[in-house]
Design a protein around this ligand. Structure first.
Ligand SMILES: [Zn+2]
Length: 482
């Protein structure tokens, strides 16, 4: 299983440990349910509640492509926004950019992608299936076709993962380019422009979030390995002697990021890529991996790429990619540390991490299963549900609408007046909404002035309820969801 980024530049067995270290860290729920069952339920919830749909579903889908529904889109946006805020806006040393997906073909020659961005592919001579050579199951020491069990397989050959396309009206060699397989190259080729306009001094970084495309031979594990996906990449440029220290710094920063979005450290694994398995130019690479139900898999790579990328572009373009240090009066090509994270796989990690089922007893003593997504409030798609106790009472409805309007400028609020209040809570539990506000007759002051203009604030995880003045709601909720 190759790491998702720069897989080409790594030795064949770089991902060999992936999937082995499956820690049983899912708590009591996992005892009654296998990891496979757990994943099935997550996929089913994603579709049922509108997190993730198959792309072009009514036509039978398109393998390796996915669409995000209303809740999934909010979740993904919360993740990207928070990454952007933390990686750029809250720092003085990082600026952003937004590069195009189509680039001059020379970029992919210089980066090495055109030559070597490939996976080994084999064909089954019996069923004509096509598979990644490094993912074939083995029986009695012999590789086997995963679909028909045949051992009659072709020799592995390189399959380039870039989507080829043509720019302009002529479909000949001169018009060839590719959909970008990573966002990073746009940053490298604009290094000098950004350096000049931002007037930054080393060390400083350029961040980018955007789509990338890889024609994976076997997309799998739901959205984990997709053909179209999004990346959040930072290229952090520095002096050569700062490289090793900054690699450690960024690894720690990125681990803290995952904790801040609600993924605890015990579900993360840091896998240091051995020197023999790293790209020849890399002076250190860490994979940050998450314990998915389908195995431990990479979310992000933090790599010290030395001056390789800028030097390659300097060589191929003939344009200087160097930096002049005012203090030492030295000119050199900067080194770079690259924390490169996958948006879609982090969204999937957030959902897998949040998914829970528990048995609860209702007020009539009846036991039922509560499905709940325990998202960190910062990531939750909807922050607060607002419920009038009865939908046919104008005063309750008006008050609930008023609260919705009060919170709306600050967070995504969902107004729901249909069904029993317990059902409405359950629906929001499944969507991962951390707070629920219920407007009842006490709110209207019908049982005395002391509860007038107060509401019930319900907490998703504990299901505890408290009485809170309406005027205090923004102050209570905002610090939790920001
Ligand atoms: Zn076969």
């Amino acid at each position: 299983m190759p790491p998702p980024f720069h897989s080409v530049f790594r030795a064949k067995n770089a991902g060999a440990c992936v999937g082995k270290r499956i820690a049983e860290s899912y708590g009591p729920m996992s005892e009654a349910m296998t990891r496979g069952q757990r994943m099935e339920r997550i996929v089913s919830l994603c579709k049922r509640r509108g997190f993730i749909f198959q792309s072009s579903e009514i036509y039978g889908g398109l393998n390796g492509c996915w669409d995000y529904g209303p809740l999934g889109t909010e979740l993904k946006r919360n993740l990207k926004d928070y990454w952007w805020r933390r990686m750029t806006r809250e720092r003085d040393d990082v600026v952003g950019m937004d590069g195009s997906i189509l680039m001059n073909r020379q970029v992919w020659r210089a980066s090495g992608h055109e030559e070597t961005f490939s996976d080994p592919m084999v064909d089954c001579r019996v069923c004509k299936g096509r598979f990644r050579a490094d993912q074939l199951p083995e029986k009695d020491g012999q590789k086997q076709c995963p679909s028909c069990g045949s051992r009659d397989m072709t020799e592995p050959r390189a399959f380039n993962l870039m989507f080829k396309t043509y720019v302009g009206a002529t479909e000949d060699e001169s018009a060839v380019t590719y959909l970008r397989p990573e966002t990073a190259q746009a940053i490298f080729v604009q290094f000098k422009n950004v350096l000049e306009v931002s007037r930054k001094k080393l060390p400083f970084g350029i961040a980018q979030v955007g789509k990338a495309f890889r024609n994976e031979i076997n997309p799998r594990n739901f959205t984990f390995r997709s053909r179209e996906f999004e990346q959040m990449e930072l290229e952090y440029f520095c002096k050569p002697e700062q490289g090793p220290g900054l690699l450690d710094y960024w690894l720690e920063e990125r681990l803290k990021f995952y904790e801040a979005i609600g993924i605890p450290r015990e579900k993360l694994h840091v896998h240091e890529i051995a020197a023999a398995d790293r790209a020849f130019y890399s002076k250190g690479t860490f994979d940050i991996e998450f314990d998915f139900p389908f195995g431990v898999q990479e979310l992000e790579g933090v790599a010290y790429r030395t001056d390789y990328d800028l030097a390659q572009h300097q060589k191929f373009s003939g344009k200087p990619m160097d930096y002049f240090d005012e203090e030492t009066k030295q000119r050199f090509v900067p080194h770079v540390i690259e924390p490169s994270a996958g948006v879609d796989r982090t969204v999937l990690a957030l959902i897998c991490n949040a998914y829970d089922e528990e048995t609860v007893t209702d007020d009539k003593g009846k036991a039922e299963t509560r499905t709940v997504l325990r998202f960190h409030p910062r990531m939750a798609p909807i922050k607060c549900g607002v419920f009038p106790l009865l939908k046919n009472n104008e005063l309750l409805v008006a008050k609930a609408r008023e609260i919705t309007a009060l919170l709306k400028p600050h967070m995504l609020v969902f107004y729901d007046e249909t069904g029993a209040i317990g059902r409405r809570y359950r629906r929001q539990d499944e969507a991962g909404t951390p707070f629920g506000v219920t407007v009842d007759f006490d709110t209207l002051g019908e049982r005395g002035p002391e509860l007038h203009n107060t509401v019930t604030l319900r907490h998703r995880d504990s299901m505890k309820q408290e009485r809170v003045p309406i005027s205090e709601l923004p102050g209570r909720l905002l610090p939790e969801v920001l």
